[in-house]
Design a protein around this ligand. Structure first.
Ligand code: NAP
Length: 460
């Protein structure tokens, strides 16, 4: 049974779901394809009516959607409500701006006239992770549905109730049959979906391994794809940073979503002058977090999403220590039901230690002390990942200059890697390719077609 809802705060199985059969899958793909034939010709106004309605419904029922999420993947309830509201913002953003983003663009050729038109390309296949169970879906649904494409989505195996709640949202919003379809399918079925000629593009958010597998498949089929993969974001602290401000962001950057964020701050790179003071304040802030029921508003440390995720993280920490890292804080499972891990800090992680290149997907921070700005930049860039990163300094011009030299898709000066509906999100290197959100997020799966018109006279 691949699709299971299990409460990470207790370990209790809530519900199991049967996988979509091959016969059901065929019917769903046919319905999506049929829907595309009419949806592609609808006006932006008609599309926006449905997408805006979905945003309104999501906002109105934020408490219910958040509750499902917290029970199913353990996100603390206030963060869960925030995610639902942000998902509504994303839908509303594309409903409002899609027509402008995709309007015909006049070009200036050397003779005649030319313009570019944007048209939808068909059924898009989304493969999405559990860590932001609605935001990830909104990130593809908003742009794709507004562009005139339709969506079939495979969500992660541990969040089937979130996946089904989001699908039901579209029906309630008045979407035609086949516009947004949730698929409870296996990896092998996913491969066949990528191969299916009705699928015209693939958007995956997830691990590097999943990205390699699905991107290779999409590439073999010559289908466009976007890959939003893992990260190990640097968090650079220069000697002129405001320490208290910086430590607050450090805690949030590492511990938001209980550390299970692709663009979470993971490598804390601090110059000599502030290193000791930063480590002391950061350690005591992490030590103060209180594990508890994520449904309780007072809880400051929630569980990890699954037993497997917890065991993997513990094994990574054990290996890091065995290979020479120093355990500054934590490192153990918390002795209570559910999948809780102590906030953890590793120091002295040398380049030959496997941890140096790993992504720690949970409440584990790596601390590095460096002599100056140049050393901080070199260390930040010594990573296979390139998603986001931060630099903290009182000198904004310096912050922007350092940010410009870091090899990532996004950099943030005096704040943490974050996403906004209107700003492009995505990475380079093993963090993938393509951008979601913002204007770029709607341009990946459209046909940018050139139309050139010559004067009515015979060619010479
Ligand atoms: P994951 O194991 O790669 O799963 C992500 C999705 O891919 C799930 O739906 C999963 O389905 C599916 N999947 C995995 N392998 C597949 C395969 N071979 N064929 C078809 N589908 C496959 O990742 P995760 O553990 O859920 O999420 C954590 C990772 O995602 C981290 O590395 C994190 O940094 C990254 N992430 C990146 C972003 C971003 O925007 N860059 C955002 C969030 C998360 P099953 O659950 O059924 O295996």
């Amino acid at each position: 049974m691949t699709y299971q809802s299990l409460n990470p705060a207790t370990g209790q199985l809530l519900k199991s779901f049967s996988e979509t059969t091959d016969i059901e899958l065929e019917a769903k793909l046919s319905a999506a394809q049929a829907c595309f034939q009419t949806w592609r010709h609808t006006s932006y106004t008609a599309r926006a009516t449905i997408v805006t309605k979905a945003a309104v419904l999501l906002r109105a029922q934020a408490g219910r959607f958040a509750h499902i999420m917290t029970l199913e993947m353990g996100k603390r309830i206030a963060e869960a409500r925030g995610e639902v509201e942000f998902s509504a913002d994303i839908l509303a953003y594309y409903a409002k701006h899609a027509e402008r983003f995709l309007k015909p663009e006049k070009l200036n050729p050397s003779f005649g006239e030319a313009h570019m038109e944007s048209s939808p390309i068909g059924v898009i296949f989304g493969v999405e992770p559990w860590n932001f169970p609605y935001y990830q879906l909104a990130r593809v649904a908003g742009p794709q549905l507004m562009a005139g494409n339709v969506l079939v989505v495979k969500h992660a195996g541990c969040v089937p109730q979130c996946a089904m709640a989001f699908e039901a949202l579209w029906i309630e919003a008045g979407a035609p049959a086949g516009l947004y379809t949730n698929l409870l399918i296996s990896h092998e079925q996913s491969d066949r979906v990528v191969d299916d000629p009705r699928i015209k593009g693939v958007a995956l958010t997830g691990s590097v391994a999943a990205g390699r597998s699905i991107a290779a498949r999409a590439g073999h089929n010559l289908k466009p794809s976007s890959m939003e993969l893992g990260g190990s974001d640097p968090f650079i602290v220069l000697e002129d940073a405001d320490l208290d401000h910086t430590v607050k962001w450090a805690v949030w950057g590492r511990m938001y979503n209980d550390g299970q964020t692709c663009c979470g701050a993971k490598r804390f790179i601090v110059v000599d002058a502030l290193a000791d003071a930063f480590l002391e304040k950061f350690t005591s802030a992490l030590k103060a977090l209180q594990p508890g029921d994520p449904l309780d508003e007072q809880t400051t440390l929630g569980p990890l999403s699954s037993e497997a995720a917890l065991l993997q993280l513990l094994a990574q920490v054990d290996l890091a220590v065995e290979k020479g890292a120093k355990l500054v804080l934590g490192g153990k499972r918390i002795d209570r039901p559910g999948f809780y891990m102590q906030p953890t800090i590793l120091a002295d992680v040398k380049p030959e230690n496997p941890a140096f290149r790993d992504e720690f997907f949970g409440p584990v921070a790596m601390f590095f002390q460096v002599k100056d700005e140049e050393a901080a930049i070199a260390l930040a860039n010594d990573s296979d990942f390139g998603l986001g990163g931060s630099v903290f300094t009182r000198d904004i011009a310096r912050g922007k200059r350092v940010a410009g030299r870091i090899e990532t898709g996004m950099m943030f000066v005096n704040n943490i890697s974050w996403s906004d509906a209107e700003l492009p999100f995505g990475g380079v290197k093993d963090s993938g390719y393509g951008r979601e959100l913002g204007e770029m997020g709607i341009q990946t799966f459209v046909n940018k077609k050139l139309i050139r018109t010559a004067k009515l006279e015979a060619p010479v």
